[in-house]
Write a protein that binds this ligand. Structure first.
Ligand code: PDD
Length: 276
């Protein structure tokens, strides 16, 4: 397939310089945008978050958002992507390696490509396992940066334990998961960590809020503890293209009755309708 390189769609080839700051420092930002039936899901929300991440890192977008939006749509249709994601990243650019920002003539480098990915409908229908691990990330988890080493280590731990996700806790408080947000259900109400500096404010998370409002389900943006997670009636995680995965076991603890609960099943159904 083709790729987007700044504002131009080109053949995929090796274009990353060894002195790209994304490569050397993880100095950049990214977005993963879902594509369902050839259509980009919540593209505007992803682009708004991209703009915010850029601002927080004092990184100038190399392409205007309106142009970028058109190019992403064009990339998906050029590559004929039906089910999958667009991965987009912007690094601070290519410059001689010094930690501080390079001079103003160095322009950020944007690349985007498409990737085929199917929905994990088996895990979505039957639920899956998660593991718990300490959240060792920095204190600006609200920025979608390329620095993902703690997330990589956490996800690896999950996979080694036949789990889909690693749920992170900072001390006693559950924050989110290695690449998704975490919700619990207690006495018919939902709880999820507030959108502060400890979590990434997921686009899927926000979609769940909207769906729950329509379904008349109360969502509380409140922290909850490890013990409350383990005692919850239901647990689920949400992210782009992962969609919504009911968690039926955390480490050795069975959640609820070990099957996806009524509330998460209703939300999954509403979500499936919303992407059509
Ligand atoms: N991850 N929290 C973290 C740490 C994430 O990395 C992600 C997404 C989310 C969910 O955000 P959203 O609903 O906007 O996808 C929450 C992407 C998919 C990734 O890194 O592949």
């Amino acid at each position: 397939g083709k790729i987007l390189f700044n504002d131009t769609i080109i053949e995929r080839k090796k274009i990353i310089d060894i002195e790209d700051r994304g490569y050397q420092f993880g100095d950049g930002i990214y977005e993963v945008i879902g594509v369902y039936g050839g259509k980009l899901f919540m593209l505007d929300e992803h682009l708004e978050r991209l703009e915010r991440s850029a601002k927080e890192l004092q990184l100038a977008l190399p392409v205007r958002l309106t142009i970028l939006k058109e190019k992403i749509v064009e990339l998906v249709s050029t590559n004929g992507l039906h089910e999958g994601v667009v991965y987009l990243q912007i690094s601070r650019g290519v410059a001689e390696r010094w930690h501080q920002f390079p001079s103003d003539d160095v322009t950020p480098v944007l690349v985007a490509y498409t990737k085929v990915e199917e929905t994990l409908s088996d895990a979505e229908n039957h639920g899956a396992k998660a593991v718990l691990t300490e959240d060792i990330r920095w204190l600006r988890c609200d920025i979608k940066t390329l620095n993902l080493l703690p997330n990589v280590l956490a996800k690896q731990k999950a996979i080694e334990n036949n789990a889909v996700e690693a749920i992170l806790h900072r001390g006693d408080i559950i924050t989110e998961a290695s690449a998704s947000n975490v919700f619990i259900v207690k006495s018919g109400e939902l709880y999820t960590h507030p959108a502060d500096n400890y979590i990434l404010n997921g686009i899927t998370r926000r979609k769940i809020f909207a769906l729950c409002e329509k379904l008349n389900m109360k969502v509380n943006e409140e922290t909850f503890t490890v013990a409350e997670l383990l005692r919850a009636d239901e647990v689920f995680v949400t992210a782009t293209k992962l969609d919504i995965i009911p968690i039926i076991k955390v480490d050795d603890t069975i959640i609820g009755d070990g099957k996806p609960g009524d509330i998460v099943r209703n939300i999954v159904e509403a979500y499936r309708h919303s992407i059509q």
